[in-house]
Design a protein around this ligand. Sequence first.
Ligand code: GDD
Ligand code: MN
Length: 412
Amino acid sequence: MLVQPSGSLQIPPLSSPANSQPPSVSPSSQPLTFSLVIPTYNESKNIQRLIQSLSQLLDQTLPGDYELIVVDDNSPDRTWEIAQSLVPEYPQLRVMRRQGERGLSTAVIRGWQVSKGQILGVIDGDMQHPPEVLLQLLAAIQGGADLAVASRHVKGGGVSRWSITRRILSRGAQLLGLIICPQVVGRVSDPMSGYFMLRRSAITGQILSPVGYKILLEVIGRGQIEMIAETGYVFQERLEGASKVTWKQYVEYLIHLARLRSRGRLGRLRQKFNLPLKRFIRFGLVGLSGVFVDMTVLYLLSDPSTLGWELTRSKIIAAEVAIINNFLWNDRWTFGDLARHQPTFRKRLKRFLKFNLICLTGLILNVLMLNLLFNVFGLNRYLANLVAITAVTFWNFWLNLKLSWRVTDAQD
Ligand code: GDD
Ligand code: MN
């Protein structure tokens, strides 16, 4: 059984005393290519099948050059004991029974701390992450990526039979993340994923302080991550046991985002984070055409010299006409390269609905800002409208880039 490390959550460089265990527990002190951590809590019915399928797969790809590290938090169903009983049959398996410390993210980090691999990975212990995706992730890292993420939201990705509530919660959490901490959450299409691999050197020596479930955010927020690769996978139905996700994980997720945002690292990330300028300029020009449409319709409907309708009603109609105008231009020009991969009417309609939803949220902000500037600060109605539209343009661009055009590749 592995000795549970304590102290700060830091991944040591290879062949340092921190990750060398007493000879009795570590099969060899030689560095390996790959260490895969499997965090478990009450997975007694899944763990044997998982170890078997992982071993079958990796014995062919990395014979004798990988290790599986089960990190169990003293499960009441004694998952750690079952895992330990498998060690004689699977010599590349190592087991850590944690007592006193709990939580998914810290379990993964403790596993990486005692690992010997140049590439570090994590996979759920409940068979919901298809093992064969590991090969594509490994190829991506060996091809030069610093981080390779299995994503439900790119081509080939999806979820099985998730309830609409779970989908809304997952997407809602992602949307919040894009607002609170865009430089971290915005770098991947599935920031909630718990299935990924990274180059050990990208995270060595960084002090990690994750909260809750989302270890990937911690890796992106604190690691030296330049190149990120993504591979689509379908999140499987759980066959045995139950998910441990409760409302608590969502609260911890928000705390985690706030912490990442507040750290000085965000400044450095901001420099690295390159806004897709050309796309943004096109989006801005399309937005300008939308302003023209918006203003024209607003004038025709609300100006005393024309129909003289009430301001807010006119504004909402004007904005919707402008949104349709903008979608058509953006879909053909700004994001045309992405849209061409998904030409079907259904996909286009899905993009339009997402675009509309994001822009309508922006519209609400726009109307609030327009009324605030016009009725409270007494600004001229057209100047107030212009200020409001400019502020909302940034909002629309960012969320559409991350949610509408990028994500509609998914199968789900
Ligand atoms: N050691 C340890 N300690 N393992 C844990 C703990 C814990 O406190 N809580 C959960 N696990 C293990 C589970 O045993 C399982 O192997 C894995 O972590 C995922 O937990 P689930 O409870 O099955 O989470 P899920 O199915 O809702 O999946 C969501 O979270 C996963 C982890 O981030 C999704 O977001 C997945 O994409 C993600 O992989
Ligand atoms: Mn699960």
